[in-house]
Design a protein. Structure first.
Ligand code: SF4
Length: 466
């Protein structure tokens, strides 16, 4: 098969994997005149998109879509009638370098079906990364998918050359895996994640300064030293500096958002993952009857990302974001607003007095706005117009906050949820004008600030339409 035809098959086959964003990569460039190439922070790259529209700038391919496993949700499963192809490691290296030189990509995301055996597949993945780093001094971003059953030595070497490693848990419970991917075992997957975490921790502890991953010229130097002694023991500070990630498929099984979030939280806590990616199940051609015939609404994936963010950066526990009666996230409201409506006794919050942890729980108030509120209130009492200026989504926050000039009146209203839904900004289906003044998606923006500045009451400005 021609290289181009293989590329068409194996790039298409890779599109179902969402766990490839390059967040967490450190800025790094091959030094001028060094003979090396690559940079993780270049511009002018060709973007590719996952089915739900996320933008990535990596050459995202499978080494092969042959697979000895038979995961029912996967188009590459053993029993699938899909067209098959296989790259050699040299072909992947060549493609990566060609695309990089043309400035199409900023790195490589390489995954694979399990051809022959986990070790055979892992060896080939490692060979690609090693050849790029050692033979071509490639300093671009490399994300390698890791095969959980592969030998620890191979996983250790993968971490030596890759920026990021990932192992897809795919489904949130062992029961789900038993139903749809019987050859996979959550215990083995988590064992491999534990081993990777151990090596990452070791690398951080051995980092020359503070407890950070090497980056920039320091990482280039380490990689060159490793390349000169390819058979030497793995230098701990070289191990997967952008950490590890995983993907959970949403909607392939009846598992609720509560279960998915509980698994994600446990993965973050136990294996210190950089990211859990949530990927809405996509129906595949000739799908087995055990699978749903439709994708879940994409907004479910979006709500899971929002909830994930609240747990990691806003001090929420996953269990607070759903209830026994409603174990799935509310699709109509963001999870923080839904939580606030269920916990009205915790409000209103006085933005001039509340501690940071409490401010973080106010709907419409982001972590950056909290920092700004804390900084500004040191020298004056905040008014509603200040919240607008500090980029708070005031329409969402208004029923839950007290400011110097505002006390909420709608907190106990039985129809507050409906009022908030009705007040949501709706995206107008019009082409925006490149030179028009920027619209403020936070519910009024400059116009709102100026209306408040004229003395109009907050309620009349924000809830006049309700
Ligand atoms: S192991 Fe991976 S490639 Fe193979 S069938 Fe399962 S999900 Fe698909």
């Amino acid at each position: 098969m021609e290289l181009e035809a293989k590329l068409a098959v194996l790039a298409d086959a890779a599109k179902y994997d969402a766990s490839c964003a390059s967040s967490g990569s450190k800025g790094r460039k091959a030094a001028a005149g060094s003979g090396g190439i690559g940079s993780t922070d270049g511009m002018g790259i060709c973007h590719s998109y996952t089915p739900d529209g996320r933008c990535v700038s990596l050459l995202k391919i499978l080494l092969t879509n042959y697979c000895v496993y038979d995961c029912l949700y996967c188009i590459n499963r053993r029993s699938s009638g899909v067209e098959r192809a296989r790259f050699t490691p040299d072909e992947v290296v060549r493609l990566t370098l060609d695309f990089y030189r043309r400035n199409y990509i900023e790195g490589l995301f390489l995954s694979s079906g399990i051809a022959r055996s986990p070790d055979h597949t892992m060896e080939q993945l490692v060979e690609v990364a090693r050849t790029l780093r050692v033979a071509h001094d490639f300093q671009g971003y490399i994300h390698l998918k890791t095969i959980p059953h592969a030998s620890p030595e191979l996983i250790a070497e993968a971490g030596r050359w890759a920026d990021r490693l990932s192992i897809n848990a795919e489904l949130p419970t062992q029961g789900d895996l038993a139903a749809l991917a019987p050859e996979k075992d959550l215990g083995v997957i988590r064992g491999a994640m534990t081993a990777i975490r151990g090596r990452i921790d070791e690398a951080r502890a051995a980092a020359p300064t503070e407890q950070r991953a090497p980056r920039g010229p320091e990482l280039v130097t380490l990689r060159r030293a490793a390349a000169r002694r390819p058979n030497a023991a793995v230098a701990p500070s070289l191990f997967a500096p952008a950490g590890q990630s995983t993907q959970l498929i949403v909607g392939a099984t009846p598992s609720t958002d509560a279960t998915i979030l509980a698994t994600a939280t446990s993965l973050y806590a136990t294996h210190r993952l950089r990211r859990v990616y949530y990927s809405a199940f996509s129906p595949i051609p000739d799908a087995p009857t055990a699978l749903p015939s439709l994708s879940p609404p994409l907004v479910r994936e979006h709500r899971l990302y929002q909830a994930d963010w609240l747990v990691r950066f806003y001090g929420f526990r996953a269990a607070e974001l759903t209830t026994l009666e409603a174990p799935d996230l509310d699709l109509a409201l963001d999870p923080k607003l839904a939580w606030a409506l269920r916990n009205r006794a915790d409000f209103p919050v006085d933005v001039n007095r509340a501690p940071r942890a409490v401010l973080l729980r106010i709907p419409g108030v982001g972590a950056r706005s909290v920092q700004r509120i804390l900084a500004t209130r040191r020298w004056r009492r905040l008014r509603l117009a200040d919240l607008v200026a500090l980029k708070v989504a005031v329409k969402r926050a208004l029923p839950f906050v007290v400011t110097a000039d505002h006390a909420p009146r709608l907190l106990d209203a039985g129809d507050l949820r409906e009022r908030l839904l009705a007040a949501r900004p709706r995206a107008a289906a019009v082409q925006t004008d490149l030179f028009a003044a920027p619209a403020d998606a936070r519910g009024g923006g400059l116009a709102l600030a100026s209306a408040l500045g004229t003395g109009a009451s907050a309620r009349s400005v924000l809830f006049g339409e309700l």
